[in-house]
Design a protein. Structure first.
Length: 138
């Protein structure tokens, strides 16, 4: 299996949960998962005792947890999900679910899924987009 295919395993686990959280709560805290050396997926979490942490702090904690696991040689791939404002293809600002995927074999991609919260707080999703990521974890 290629690094891209292994990262897609994480994407297939993470993105549906993010969509579910957006539909149900219209928000979510950053969350993550890793692909272990035995090809199993394990969710990772951060908790500092604060019931309402800053999302940026959670995101940074998840990155540090994944860096530690990578440096110990315990994971093949990392996936971290958060909510962000981005510019769409036509240059207009939009909100999006962002998934940063990295593989130990020098593969990194950021996948985004724009969304809109409409009437009656319904959530609709746009087309996925991808861009080259940066190797933050490995």
């Amino acid at each position: 299996m290629t690094p891209k295919e292994q990262c897609e395993i994480l994407l297939d686990k993470l993105l549906p949960f993010a969509e579910q959280q957006m539909k149900k709560y219209r928000e979510f805290y950053p969350f993550a998962a890793v692909l272990l050396e035995d090809d199993s997926v394990e969710l990772t979490a951060s908790y500092d005792g604060n019931e309402h942490p800053e999302p940026k702090a959670v995101l940074e904690d998840l990155k540090q947890i994944h860096k530690k696991l990578a440096s110990e040689g315990k994971i093949k791939a990392s996936g971290i999900v958060w909510n962000a404002g981005v510019n769409s293809a036509d240059g207009k600002p939009t909100d999006a679910i962002i998934v940063s995927l990295e593989h130990k074999d020098n593969y990194s991609v950021i996948v985004g899924e724009p969304y809109k919260i409409g009437l009656f707080k319904t959530v609709s999703f746009g087309n996925l987009f991808a861009m080259e990521g940066k190797q933050d974890i490995f």
